[in-house]
Design a protein around this ligand. Structure first.
Ligand SMILES: O=C(O)c1cc(=O)[nH]c(=O)n1[C@@H]1O[C@H](COP(=O)(O)O)[C@@H](O)[C@H]1O
Length: 273
């Protein structure tokens, strides 16, 4: 998918909502456990109930890898279902990969070619040659961690390296990499006050912003400091949407929560685009 198609979705749905498919068998409604593949059954119901207000879906691979081969099959069925039924939505494999170049190339092939995701999250710690193999894939995006939502973000990411913070150095340096126009960045909603300075370094790139909902980040602040003329944001909520109810009405409850977020987004988007 290209950025223009994503922007068209954002305008059409008046939404920058990314639904996080962090599907945990300990949390899915009991009645689904009788299904042959409860994870896929849950995801399918959530997707069908929310696709009209969501522009992106983000399965976090940890929740699938935790169940071995079966979990991987559930992930595969989920991405196939999205690609076949909702080809206009943007898909994110939240895998936070990155290794020596030769190995990164295999990760990129796994998520972009074999599974057919539009994007994958990566960690920048191993530097340029660990990310460029992902960037080599035309029509795909690589979403690199910049300033994460968790408390540990302050352990390394904000440390001074010379006269600048490490996360700013990462942002600046990554702009010089081959195919850097295929980069997006993760900035946690809990770190919204940093967004104004981040936008000075990367004025146009799309940001994946997790941390609203369960982690307490403010959507209003994210729009205030992080929005661009093409929105430039994908705001993720996982648990706040998918576990809105543990009962048989889980999909309707998820739709209600997703709609609430979309309505908040629409208020901001009407002023922007
Ligand atoms: O890359 C991510 O998506 C990510 C980065 C980050 O800084 N913080 C963060 O929470 N995430 C992911 O975003 C999702 C947030 O889930 P909720 O807190 O349930 O909305 C999880 O899948 C996290 O792994």
């Amino acid at each position: 998918m290209d950025a223009n198609t994503l922007f068209e979705q954002i305008k059409k749905k008046q939404s920058v909502l990314c639904v996080g498919l962090d599907t945990d068998l300990e949390k899915v409604p009991q009645h689904l456990l009788q299904e042959e593949d409860p994870i896929f059954a849950f995801n399918k119901a959530i997707i069908n109930a929310t696709h009209h207000v969501a522009v992106a879906y983000k399965p976090n691979t940890a929740f699938y890898e935790a169940y071995g081969i079966k979990g991987w099959q559930s992930l595969e069925k989920t991405i196939n279902y999205l690609n076949e039924n909702y080809p206009d939505v943007f898909t994110i494999a939240d895998a936070k990969r990155g290794d020596i170049g030769n190995t990164s190339g295999r990760y990129a092939k796994a998520f972009f070619e074999d599974l057919g995701f539009d994007s994958v999250t990566t960690a920048p710690y191993m530097g340029k040659d660990s990310i460029e193999p992902f960037l080599a894939f035309e029509g795909k995006f690589t979403i690199m961690l910049a300033l994460t939502s968790n408390p540990g973000a302050f352990d390394f990411q904000t440390l001074k390296v010379g006269d600048t913070e490490l996360y700013k150095k990462v942002l600046k340096t990554s702009k010089s990499w081959k195919n850097s126009d295929r980069l997006m960045y993760v900035v946690g909603a809990t770190k919204a006050e940093f967004l104004a300075e981040i936008r000075q370094i990367i004025p146009e790139a799309f940001l994946l912003v997790p941390g609203v909902g369960a982690q307490g980040g403010s959507m209003d602040a994210v729009f205030k400091y992080g929005a661009t003329e093409t929105a430039g944001l994908l705001i993720n909520s996982s648990r706040g949407i998918i576990y809105a109810s543990a009962g048989e009405n889980f999909a309707e409850a998820a739709a209600t929560e997703a709609q609430k977020l979309q309505q908040q987004m629409a208020v901001h988007l009407q002023k922007l685009i």
